[in-house]
Design a protein around this ligand. Structure first.
Ligand SMILES: [Zn+2]
Length: 83
């Protein structure tokens, strides 16, 4: 009985999808800098294009994430800048 419990937890840890997910995000992080984000020129925050705050933003321009970071922008706390 105890042995089958150990086996079950071993199978669960082998099938852990978190490791596979981390590998995937490493691969796609290379293109992240090329993505267009919405940069608030007044608050120096950048948003994903779908962010609520970006849609009502009056001081925003669309630039690449790379340029936003170069301008010293910080990621929005709501959308994490689309990351
Ligand atoms: Zn945002």
């Amino acid at each position: 009985m105890k042995n089958s419990l150990v086996l079950a937890s071993l199978i669960i840890s082998l099938c852990n999808p978190a490791a596979a997910l981390a590998e995937k995000s490493n691969l796609s992080s290379k293109n992240k800098d090329q993505e267009i984000v919405v940069f608030n020129q007044k608050s120096h925050k950048y948003h994903s294009k779908d962010c609520k705050a970006a849609k009502s933003c009056k001081n925003c321009v669309e630039i690449s994430r790379k340029k936003a970071k170069e301008a010293g922008a910080e990621a929005c706390k709501l959308c994490s800048g689309g990351d």
